[in-house]
Write a protein that binds this ligand. Structure first.
Ligand SMILES: Nc1ncnc2c1ncn2[C@@H]1O[C@H](COP(=O)(O)OP(=O)(O)OP(=O)(O)O)[C@@H](O)[C@H]1O
Ligand SMILES: [Mg+2]
Length: 363
């Protein structure tokens, strides 16, 4: 097997609508974008994070690697949605051995699946007070609780994604979670490691929310909203195929007046549903963490390209909303990458950039 260069991994974001590939050269001169590509997947190959047609998905991945001439076979990919539970819990401090044995027990109450069906992972988080630098009210002794980030992922989904990558002739090295990969991309592209931010990722079938404080996730939520809702509504109301509806949605054809009115209604109603879902999550956050204030919302995902979403979200929440440009922290050779194309695709590239920043040896 060829030795991978500098432990670098290819970031592969396998979405229900498209697969995105990012390769980053982490050199002495900084981080350089080496490869970027995106391939559309027909409907029904991957549905709500579950792989339905593994052969076709694998051949899409193979073609993507071939067309972009990517030689590195070591891949970092991610999962999300209902099969993954991310939860921050507080437990009393204990030594490593005691922690290992009790974390399973602790986790059971937060996980809606049989514990034997999940892979459980956890990370001890820095103490809140260490992060914020706040005094401990003069009590003078260390807190005896610690925050732990639990990540539980269903084994069958992990196996599905690993099999897909292997079927494409590649090595699955790192299995991440969409929200954390995005958080990585957010930090590397904005340089923000302190402050409170929310990252919203709205793709085809999933709306993911991650609220971060000082580089640590406070809260994540994934729900079943996304651009496919609009496409499905257009297909059903105009009685056309899903693929034709997608084309109409993306402005691929001049619309008749009747079509224009129908599309406008569908866009307005779906987008307002997404805005409501997002502001409900932010309200919950405000109740749970009354002292924290989200400074800015960063948007990514293909469906976030709908300008009304940004506008209504800003109006509804009163928080400034900005598009996340995951390429911002990378050096880009404009002779290789068309800046216009990169900026059009930037909202869809966040997860893949975050994955490409991982290296072999990471868990
Ligand atoms: N310019 C645009 N305007 C409106 N919608 C768009 C635009 N570009 C892409 N989309 C929509 O964004 C969605 C795809 O986004 P993305 O690539 O982030 O999804 P995905 O990662 O494949 O899906 P998921 O993660 O939800 O399974 C599709 O529904 C597509 O129609
Ligand atoms: Mg996605």
């Amino acid at each position: 097997m060829p030795v991978p260069k500098k432990n670098q991994l290819v970031g592969l974001d396998i979405g229900s609508h498209s697969i995105k590939l990012v390769e980053i050269d982490n050199s002495k001169k900084g981080m350089i974008l080496k490869s970027f590509g995106i391939v559309h997947l027909p409907k029904d190959i991957i549905v709500e994070g579950s792989i339905k047609e593994i052969e076709r998905a694998a051949s899409a991945i193979k073609n993507l690697f071939k067309n972009l001439n990517v030689k590195n076979k070591n891949v970092a990919t991610s999962i999300s949605g209902f099969s993954v539970i991310v939860k921050k819990i507080s437990i009393s401090k204990r030594n490593q051995t005691a922690l290992d044995s009790s974390i399973q027990e602790e986790a059971e109450q937060y996980i809606p699946f049989d514990i034997s069906d999940v892979n459980l992972d956890y990370e001890i988080l820095k103490n809140e007070n260490e992060i914020t630098g706040e005094e401990e009210n003069g009590s003078g002794h260390e807190s005896d609780v610690m925050d732990v980030m639990l990540v539980a992922a269903k084994k069958d989904i992990i196996e599905e994604y690993e099999s897909l990558i292997q079927l494409a002739g590649l090595n699955p090295v790192v299995m991440d979670v969409d929200a954390f990969a995005l958080q990585n991309a957010f930090e590397s592209s904005t340089g923000e490691t302190s402050g409170c931010y929310a990252i919203i990722n709205i793709g085809a079938e999933e709306l993911g929310i991650n609220a971060i404080k000082n580089g640590v996730s406070m809260f994540t939520r994934d729900s079943s909203y996304g651009g496919a809702q609009i496409t499905e509504a257009i297909a059903s109301q105009l009685d056309i195929s899903y693929e034709d509806a997608e084309m109409l949605k993306l402005g691929g054809k001049e619309l008749e007046e009747r079509e224009r009115v129908i599309l406008e209604e569908i866009f307005t109603s779906m987008v307002s549903g997404w805005v409501q879902e997002t502001s409900r999550a932010l309200d919950f956050l405000a109740t749970t963490y009354p002292d924290e204030k989200i400074e800015k919302i960063y948007l990514c995902g293909g469906a976030s390209k709908i300008p009304e979403f940004m506008k209504y979200l800003e109006m509804e929440t009163g928080i400034p909303v900005e598009e996340l440009n995951p390429f911002a922290g990378l050096q880009i050779n404009e002779k290789i990458f068309d800046p216009k194309y990169l900026s059009d695709m930037a909202p869809q590239a966040g997860v893949a950039v975050g994955l490409a920043l991982r290296s072999i040896g990471d868990k």
